[in-house]
Design a binder for this molecule. Structure first.
Ligand SMILES: Cc1ncc(COP(=O)(O)O)c(C=O)c1O
Length: 403
């Protein structure tokens, strides 16, 4: 493994507690912002603080330029055809909700999701089941917990309007065979939406090559601040999509008895936006491009391989999801037979300044369906090192009374 100096770019990660350096293994939840992102947001707040889209001052024009620059940057980053296909949202959840509600699905129309969806791509469909009478199909994984393409085809043959699945899972890091999923969906004229919250920060994504219809993701898992996300939608589909919110900025004109909608994407971005967040997202993309996806993948795999191997030697450990660390990106999710995962997380924090995540990781449905207890998730990013992973393993061994 190449040890690296990226960590020093993140002021949050450089803090110490009782002389112990902070070790951050909760990257599937949020990633901190590096200096260039923090500086760009500070510059906006200190030097050209203004709203976009409606201010005729030079500050307002600066904001407009930055917002559109970032839109272009995002479009190129994910291989979109045009910058209008990029809608700024609050987070991935908002993007998924926008599509779910905006498609105006009718009673009896069928939506298919996988059985490892984050609540953000499950609950809204359950609500629409109740509100509109849509049918929700949950596709079971195969016995090795990988995606069942044959099962998908069998469901598509029965008629599916939309396949809405997680691209890479926050549960176990598993990346679904999205190329094949999109090909199959096309064959049967179904739309495809991907929940890209754990994919876009970790590997190169190209929506055009994939041929996907919608992709939602968030900034706070890719070194941008929280409160900013993106929905990509194919232009032709956006024309037919209803807005989730309406109000200021989403209309060209209004009268007491009607209004004229703005063009795309403004019609989907009602109200003042998170301009600092958008600017931060642009800088985050530049930063990630500098790090490079090859480096990110290599670092995550080596960490995953090392942590998995060491945990196996501890014994009493059960892994959640797919088994092979090669298929798990930066995520190792497990529970110990005898030790409560929530207690483990607290002990790691208090005794070793190591931040991990415990619970059901917003995929409660998976845990409930399999009777699995709360687990502890170690999620790495490019600034984590083997030295940190060694400290994690030795802290775990101490807590478990093995050393
Ligand atoms: C796979 C996945 N989907 C959706 C979400 C929700 O993302 P957001 O908080 O940006 O709405 C998360 C967040 O953890 C996630 O990991």
């Amino acid at each position: 493994m190449v040890e690296n100096s990226w960590k020093s770019q993140f002021p949050f990660l450089m803090q110490k507690k009782n002389g112990q350096p902070l070790i951050y293994f909760d990257n599937a939840c949020m990633t901190p912002c590096p200096i260039p992102v923090l500086e760009a947001m500070e510059k906006y707040n200190k030097e050209f603080f203004s709203c976009g889209g409606r201010s005729n001052t030079h500050f307002g024009r600066d904001v407009d330029d930055k917002v559109e620059e970032t839109r272009e940057l995002v479009a190129k980053f994910i291989g979109a055809g045009a910058s209008q296909e990029i809608i700024f949202t609050k987070n991935a959840t908002e993007g998924i909700n926008l599509v779910a509600r905006g498609l105006n699905l009718h009673a009896g129309e069928r939506v298919l999701v996988s059985d490892r969806e984050h609540n953000s791509n499950l609950i809204v469909w359950q609500v629409l089941q109740k509100e509109r009478g849509i049918e929700l199909m949950i596709l079971p994984s195969k016995s090795d917990e990988t995606f069942d393409l044959a099962g998908l085809e069998a469901e598509l043959q029965k008629g599916i309007k939309l396949v809405s699945v997680v691209y890479s899972s926050n549960l176990d890091g598993y990346t679904l065979p999205v190329e094949e999923i999109v090909k199959l969906a096309r064959k049967y004229d179904a739309f495809v939406m991907l929940d890209g919250a754990q994919a876009v920060p970790h590997h190169a994504v190209n929506v055009k090559k994939l041929g996907v219809d919608f992709l939602a993701f968030s900034g706070h898992k890719m070194t941008a601040p929280s409160g900013i996300g993106v929905l990509y939608g194919r232009l032709a589909h956006l024309e037919n999509l209803s807005s989730l919110l309406c109000g200021g900025h989403s209309v060209k004109d209004s009268r007491y008895n009607g209004f004229e909608l703005e063009d795309i994407p403004a019609r989907f971005e009602a109200g003042l936006q998170n301009y600092g967040g958008i600017i931060g997202l642009g800088e985050a993309i530049k930063f990630i491009k500098q790090v490079g996806f090859d480096f990110i993948a290599k670092q995550e795999f080596e960490l995953n391989y090392f942590i998995t191997r060491e945990l196996k030697q501890i014994g009493g450990i059960n892994f959640v999801g797919v088994d092979d660390p090669k298929s798990r990106g930066g995520i190792v999710n497990f529970y110990h037979e005898k030790m409560d995962s929530n207690q483990l997380t607290i002990f790691l924090d208090e005794s070793a300044n190591i931040l991990t995540r415990s619970g059901r990781h917003c995929v409660h449905s998976w845990y409930n369906s399999r009777g699995v207890k709360d687990s502890i998730r170690i999620s790495s990013y490019f600034y984590n090192t083997i030295d940190e992973a060694e400290k994690l393993i030795s802290a775990l061994k101490k807590i478990l009374g093995l050393v």
